[in-house]
Design a protein around this ligand. Structure first.
Ligand code: UD1
Length: 426
């Protein structure tokens, strides 16, 4: 397991190019299974989560290769309908193969993903919705941990989601694309990553209306065709680097940020005193003084403030001049970073029952040895280390590599004193 060493205190200056979107790449890689042919994905991030989705594809009998950041996937052959238990446990997004394999083969066996560090994360909406599409389900294994779904014909249906779940919306779309008839999703997720999955599928010959709205309609088609698709850049990576500038001060230009997707992040950072300017293909963020607190920051489904930016903003607000409140409305266990930030001198209290954190900003954080509990929490600790006095060691940083191609490369390019180090030198 690797660690990251950060020596804080310096200002950030320069330009960063934003990598391709992780959360768009993952469902699209699953979707390639629906086409018996070749898919070319450009601007694909070379991150652990993507490598993992590729290994599931290979386990199913497909072939994938990289040319720079272009991923070429050949799904002409799929010899298995089983996604192994190990794969799903390694990464929850493997559950997207549920809809994709069903769509292609009318059968899939996949292990239950179980909870993770940010919450229980059930898949009841996925399963209830797919059941309505004429799909039989049985639960096998000693603990009924294997979901076996099969049908002779997927039939388009009306699906009502209790909550606009991103994963459930994507799984229903994947199941519906090659189904017989029309599927209508009510209360669909409006996240940009759902839109991107639809854009990709439409390029490949699918018929989908209502992308980006809460009502999506999919008319089943007989088959998909080969497609070349370029992924947009990652809104959470862009937001993370903006938060890094906010907590350290500096003047940084992000190249190719997904501007229309990061409105809510821009709004919050602007309100606490960052100076932000945008152009066609860039965003410039400047921070030169201590930031203001934010009275009530709530995470919400898109277009609200994203839960995946909550930890990073908590770091920023820990250094602001006053009292802030963050309410986490999406995942029930997403305040684990509080105990790590406290090791660095942050003053934060949590009311678990109300999913509320109260942050009393301090003038300085102090370097410490801390642990990355999940991907975004890890990135938030990197930001804390950059804004702190002295040296911070972040342990267990493999989780950061799940979503950031090379956070040390990107941040050292804009002047940060940061590098990977091995755990045994600590
Ligand atoms: C996706 C993103 C993740 C992001 C999240 C919310 C990917 C790979 N991951 O996760 O980064 O933080 O959206 O924007 O794109 N729920 C249920 N039952 C279900 C499904 C969801 O109760 O069947 C609950 C979850 O526990 C959670 C909420 O709904 O509390 C939102 O989850 P969901 O939108 O499904 O998130 P993911 O798709 O897992």
């Amino acid at each position: 397991m690797s660690s990251i060493k950060v020596i804080g205190g310096g200002e950030l200056k320069g330009e960063i190019k934003i990598q391709g979107s992780k959360n768009a790449a993952l469902p699209i890689i699953a979707a390639t299974v629906l086409n018996q042919g070749v898919t070319i994905l450009k601007n694909c991030p070379r991150i652990l989560d993507v490598f993992h989705m590729i290994s599931v594809l290979e386990e199913l009998g497909s072939v994938a290769k990289w040319e720079g950041n272009t991923l070429i996937i050949d799904t002409t052959e799929i010899s298995s309908t089983k996604v192994s238990e190990g794969s799903v446990q390694k990464m929850r997004s493997s559950i997207l193969f549920l809809g994709a394999l069903l769509g292609r083969n009318h059968e899939v066996s996949i292990a239950y993903p179980g909870g993770c560090s940010i919450g229980k994360r059930p898949i009841d909406y996925h399963l209830d919705s797919i059941k309505r599409m004429n799909v039989n389900q049985e639960f096998l294994g000693e603990d009924k941990e294997i979901i076996h779904c099969y049908t002779d014909k997927i039939i388009g249906s009306d699906i009502f989601l209790k909550f606009p779940s991103v994963g459930a919306t994507q799984n229903v779309i994947l199941t519906a694309v090659l189904a017989e008839g029309i599927t209508r999703i009510y209360n669909a997720a409006r996240e940009p990553e759902v839109v991107e999955l639809c854009n990709f599928l439409v390029e490949a010959g699918a018929r989908i209306c209502g992308r980006g709205t809460a009502f999506i309609e999919i008319e089943g088609v007989k088959k998909l065709n080969d497609v070349e698709y370029s992924l947009s850049s990652d809104r959470i990576v862009a937001g993370t680097y903006m938060a890094a500038v906010a907590s350290t001060k500096g003047d940084v230009v992000l190249k190719d940020p997904p501007l229309h997707q990061i409105d809510s992040i821009i709004r919050v950072l602007d309100k606490i005193g960052c100076k932000i300017k945008t152009g066609n293909d860039y965003l410039r963020i400047r921070c030169d003084k201590r930031l203001l607190p934010y009275k009530n920051l709530k995470t919400q489904p898109y277009p609200g403030f994203p839960t995946d930016m909550q930890s990073q903003l908590m770091t920023v607000l820990s250094l602001s001049d006053g009292k802030s409140i963050i309410v986490e409305e999406i995942f029930e266990s997403r305040f684990q970073n509080v105990k790590e930030l406290r090791k660095m001198g942050a003053k934060i209290t949590v009311d678990e029952s109300e999913r509320k954190a109260v942050i009393l900003g301090v003038k300085n954080l102090e370097g410490a040895v801390v642990k990355a509990h999940d991907l975004r929490a890890g990135a938030a600790l990197v930001i804390a280390g950059l804004g702190a006095l002295g040296t911070t060691i972040i342990k267990d940083t493999t989780s950061i590599e799940r979503g950031y191609e090379d956070i040390c490369r990107d941040l050292s390019n804009i002047g940060a004193n940061i590098r990977y180090c091995s755990e045994n030198i600590l």
